[in-house]
Ligand binder design. Structure first.
Ligand code: O2Y
Ligand code: MN
Length: 625
């Protein structure tokens, strides 16, 4: 039974807030979530009985369910996501701004009675490992058992969060799917109010109010809303960083290890990289997190990063034994699948999982499906929600309250042309420029329109809770706090460059470890991890290991420095992968200049200087074009 009405805390502020909001929502009952396994099973049972979920065959997927959402509620909705700062200037040009009083009035009306006939779940959750100085507590009020169950996987939920909270303040998160039930009215499998979705952030008050959607980033408020948009505002004030980055540990054959953080826009294979299965013998990647990094400087002046989440909410389509074998292993049990297809024997399936599709499926909408029916079987944004501890390569330090020391930061995107496989920024300011100007081509799955270049600074475009120009300034400021040698080195990577025949030039997936290896060898003697003297790099290309050569855009691997031994990669591919085409870069520079315009006088001068320096370095070759 899910009617634990006894508050599990004596925090007066929390008790008063719950009482006040319960009166607003007019819920039929209240349940305080304790985060126990029994409670999780009860939440799943509720979803199964209500037709929201079905249990998968335990021989195939132990203790796992498949949830089908309403077809109108399948993804984050950026156009309905708002930053409600007092001044529109504080939200900046990349956010949708609304006046906080007007927004509260609107949501107050929508929330009024929104939970009639439903249970209000009080979901206390902790972002970050218990005991970490960076850990933060949120409390989400929600009428969705799917959200409560997902929060159990994605966060440290229940009593552990209340224990961490004590009598302190928390981030209040209000959420309703917006589908009250009249007496005797029958529920629908996925209640929502898709025409009136609002995901509102109040950065000055550090509150999140979300209405109308039960899906992903709109509804699991610990993730993008708290851990990025609101945490970003907190971080700014308190002197740390909240970033849309994976964190991974990289070990060489001698067992030395460094940690990397990497920002990629959505749909660029972040989860695949975070738990990559190395194609190079002896080299190993271990996963700390696949989506969000909270970073701060330690007493030793090194930058430490932690994963505030406890689970993965990954994109299912495209995940396969080839692209991400470690994910496939971790999805064998204890997982909530959302909007995938169902096989006749009670397993899940999605496009890209196997070479060819099964003969017969039930698609994500519940309809019968055959390969020739002309429809997709899984929704392109179908997801898995699974505990991080199940990842077979979870890093031993993933719950270290201090975080892990970061030796290098990578910025990536999906670029068919222009951007080499990898290059190194000259220094922190140049690295900030690389992050601020990163861009990615949209895929049909990500936006419905393939191949359009979208600038996505630091992969934070949809997730920065304040003015992006100030965000750039904060990054530049970090570079002034510490000696250059203490700072992580910064890299741009692009697995997606194509040749003239429109084929990818680089094999990607497990072979990406070769790029990580070059980075390892570059940073090995920086004092942020492994020591070069013992780095054990006597491998193919050893004479050039870790060597770079400067180019106009940054340091490229010197000939022979990228280990391609055993890879059947034509020399011409390698040449094209690292080509710096002056015409393309001139075009890139113009596009960056156009992009800069929206930031007006909030764009730090250093970023203008970096663009000018890039053009100045390009000049000799441009004259030849
Ligand atoms: O569509 C959604 O609600 C999920 S978006 C998401 C989920 C997990 C990790 N990253 C993202 C993203 O959009 O960056
Ligand atoms: Mn993400």
């Amino acid at each position: 039974m899910l009617t634990n009405t006894t508050p599990l805390t004596s925090n007066r502020g929390l008790l008063d807030w719950v009482q006040d909001k319960a009166a607003l929502f007019q819920a039929e009952s209240i349940h305080w979530c304790d985060g126990s396994e029994t409670e999780y099973q009860a939440l799943c049972g509720l979803m199964v009985r209500g037709g929201t979920a079905l249990r998968l065959n335990p021989q195939k997927r132990f203790n796992s369910i498949l949830v089908r959402t309403d077809a109108r509620d399948v993804a984050r909705v950026e156009e309905r996501t708002f930053i409600c700062s007092r001044s529109p200037h504080d939200a900046g040009p990349t956010n949708n701004w609304r006046d906080p009083f007007a927004m509260k009035a609107l949501l107050g009306r929508l929330f009024d009675g929104a939970m009639r006939g439903r249970t209000l779940f009080v979901v206390p959750f902790l972002m970050g490992p218990p005991g970490s100085p960076l850990a933060r507590v949120g409390v989400q009020l929600t009428d969705s058992p799917y959200v409560a169950a997902s929060m159990k996987i994605m966060t440290r939920m229940g009593q552990v969060a209340l224990d961490a909270l004590g009598d302190e303040d928390f981030v209040p998160c209000l959420h309703s799917v917006g589908y009250p039930l009249l007496p005797g009215e029958e529920d629908v499998p996925w209640p929502c109010d898709p025409e009136r979705i609002v995901v509102a952030h109040f950065p000055e008050e550090r509150q999140i109010w979300s209405y109308g959607s039960g899906y992903g980033g709109n509804a699991l408020l610990g993730k993008k809303c708290l851990a990025l948009r609101i945490a970003g505002v907190m971080a700014r004030e308190e002197g740390w960083l909240a970033e849309h980055m994976l964190i991974l540990g990289l070990s060489n054959p001698a067992g030395e290890k460094i940690y990397l953080a990497a920002a990629f826009p959505s749909a660029c294979g972040k989860t695949n990289l975070a738990m990559l299965k190395s194609a190079l013998p002896g080299w190993k990647v271990e996963c700390v997190g696949d989506d969000i990094a909270w970073m701060r400087f330690g007493n030793d002046d090194r930058l430490y990063a932690l994963n505030p989440e406890a689970g993965f909410f990954g994109v299912a389509p495209g995940t396969s034994w080839r692209s991400n074998p470690h994910a496939m292993e971790m999805l064998r049990a204890n997982t909530i699948f959302t909007n995938t297809a169902l096989t006749p024997d009670g397993d899940v399936w999605w496009e890209g999982m196997t070479e060819g599709p099964p003969d017969k499926l039930v698609d994500w909408t519940g309809q019968e499906w055959t390969p020739d029916c002309g429809r997709r079987a899984a929704h392109p944004n179908a997801r898995f929600t699974t505990p991080a501890r199940q990842c077979p390569v979870i890093d031993p330090a993933w719950e270290d309250p201090r975080g892990v020391p970061i030796a290098a930061i990578l910025f990536g995107g999906r670029r068919a042309a222009t951007v080499p496989l990898v290059y190194e920024a000259f220094d922190w300011a140049h690295g900030t420029f690389v992050g601020a100007t990163m861009a990615s081509e949209t895929t049909a799955a990500s936006s419905g329109e393939a191949g359009r270049l979208r600038r996505d600074p630091f992969a934070m475009l949809p997730f920065c809770g304040y003015h992006m120009g100030d965000f750039f300034a904060d990054w530049l400021h970090v570079g002034h706090l510490l000696p250059a040698a203490s700072l992580p080195r910064v890299y741009a990577v692009n697995w997606f460059r194509k040749g003239e025949d429109d084929n990818f030039l680089w094999p990607g997936f497990g072979e990406n470890v070769r790029v990580l290896k070059w980075i390892f060898e570059r940073v090995a003697d920086d004092g942020n991890g492994a020591d070069a003297a013992q780095a054990g790099v006597a491998q193919p290309g050893a004479a050039q290991a870790g060597v770079a050569q400067p180019s106009a855009i940054g340091n490229l691997p010197a000939p022979g420095a990228l280990d391609v031994a055993g890879l059947d990669l034509p020399a011409e591919n390698l040449r094209q992968l690292f080509a710096v085409n002056p015409g393309e870069w001139q075009h890139e520079a113009q596009d960056i200049l156009d992009f800069y315009e929206m930031f007006d006088d909030r764009l730090p001068d250093e970023l203008h200087d970096e663009l000018e320096s890039l053009l100045a370095r390009m000049k000799p070759s441009l004259q030849m074009v």
